[in-house]
Design a protein. Sequence first.
Lengths: 134, 71
Amino acid sequence: MTTRKIEIVRVADRAILDAELVTGLRPDDLIQIDREWLSLRQRVVRALNDAGVSSERWPESSGWNWVKKSAALRLMAIRGFGIRIDERWIGVSMINVAQYTAKLAPDQRKPLVYTEESVSIRLIRAAAFTSDME
Amino acid sequence: MTDAKKTMTLNLSVEEMAALEELASAKELSKTGVIRQALRLYQLIHERTAAGEKLVFEDEKEGKKAEVMLL
């Protein structure tokens, strides 16, 4: 796991925040992140349920089994990375660097980096307050 | 995954080297990049077939499907 300093822009007020980009996440890291986010995810699901939002419109990530997904990080084809601010994980993503190729010209059949799973705290928080979600 | 690298010498036949160069050109990768991609893919396929999944080639036009067996 390697960490480097980055700056990210907070969309709400365009403020520039100091953050860390963490690459090479391991299965245990993903399980730990899932534990950190569990109570928030449960609150979001409750809020959506209470608001009568159809489960088809809940964020896809609300039902993901990260413990099961974490095993894929043992493979070289799958990479995990995340962003932290003040030791708190605010986003995490898994990408596949071996399995997919481009379908369209001019890059047809060339390797693609494919985002397998990606979620951020901002996304699941936002889901609690809007029913107009992707 | 660590960024540290190790070096090895790879002995290939003329045909194998030609195939490697052809793939590198087609994929716009270095020869090392092709070997890396092949290893990642081989590991992925090994793990998934070991877990009971099948690797299949399918020709939708011809309606053909064949399972790929790995050594």
